[in-house]
Ligand binder design. Structure first.
Ligand code: SAM
Length: 219
């Protein structure tokens, strides 16, 4: 992507907003440098693609702040042979980052128009190992389980047990857990049938709407 006119902005984003704030995994930093975030954001907000903010993507939904994408990716720690499940496809940006790092990515988005946007964004970049499913991600996706990693990119009141069941031994799950307004980033690692849970600070996500999430419409 050396002919990308916004490559310099992206390098600065990674240095100043991501590496400077403690993200160390070189594979994650390289993926964040590689994937053009502006491709995932409809105009006019694409102009601000390399600022330190979430941005609107339509249908009342958002693309997450770059630092939070990097932090959640580092916590998920996707390996080159991993199958990863994302819940909350949004623009497809997080899925694109994961597709650089893992073997296969399945991302579930509940709003069909948002899923169309994500699918076309992934196609524009020629990403072929990320698959978009329209549906309620709170149910997971047992057809391709077990997963090396599961990432929930919308605010969930709790981590549904059946999602943990879809993790392989050694698998990681990362999610913002809390109420509709404010959440805490939680990482769970499944080890010998036990769940090791760590907490990674406060975040704000749009709500996860579905059978095991919140009730209601888009907001
Ligand atoms: N990861 C996305 C990206 O890279 O752009 C950002 C995700 S956005 C913060 C949250 C997304 O979760 C929204 O697009 C929303 O429609 C979706 N969502 C909410 N509830 C869902 C559910 N039950 N299943 C799947 N997607 C859901």
């Amino acid at each position: 992507m050396s002919d990308d006119p916004r490559a310099d902005e992206r390098v600065r984003m990674v240095e100043c907003q991501i590496a400077a704030r403690g993200i160390k995994n070189p594979r994650v930093l390289a993926a964040m440098r590689k994937i053009p975030r502006h491709v995932f954001i409809p105009p006019p907000h694409d102009r601000s693609a390399y600022h330190d903010n979430p941005l609107p993507i339509g249908s009342g939904q958002t693309i997450s702040q770059p630092y939070i994408v990097a932090l959640m990716t580092e916590l998920l720690d996707p390996g080159p042979t991993d199958r990863i499940l994302e819940i909350g496809g949004g623009s497809g940006y997080q899925a694109a980052i994961l597709a650089v790092l893992a073997k296969r990515v399945i991302t579930i988005e509940r709003i069909p128009e948002v899923a169309d946007l994500a699918r076309s964004n992934l196609e524009k970049l020629g990403i072929t190992n990320a698959e978009l499913i329209v549906g309620d991600g709170t149910l997971g996706y047992p057809a391709a389980a077990p997963y090396g990693g599961i990432i929930i990119t919308a605010a969930t009141p709790q981590i549904p047990k059946h999602l943990v069941d879809q993790l392989e031994e050694g698998g990681r799950l990362v999610a913002p857990v809390g109420d509709r307004d404010i959440q805490e980033l939680i990482r769970i690692v499944k080890q010998e049938g036990r769940l090791m849970e760590t907490h990674h600070g406060g975040v704000r996500f749009v709500p996860l709407i579905g059978r095991y999430g919140w009730e209601g419409g888009n907001a």
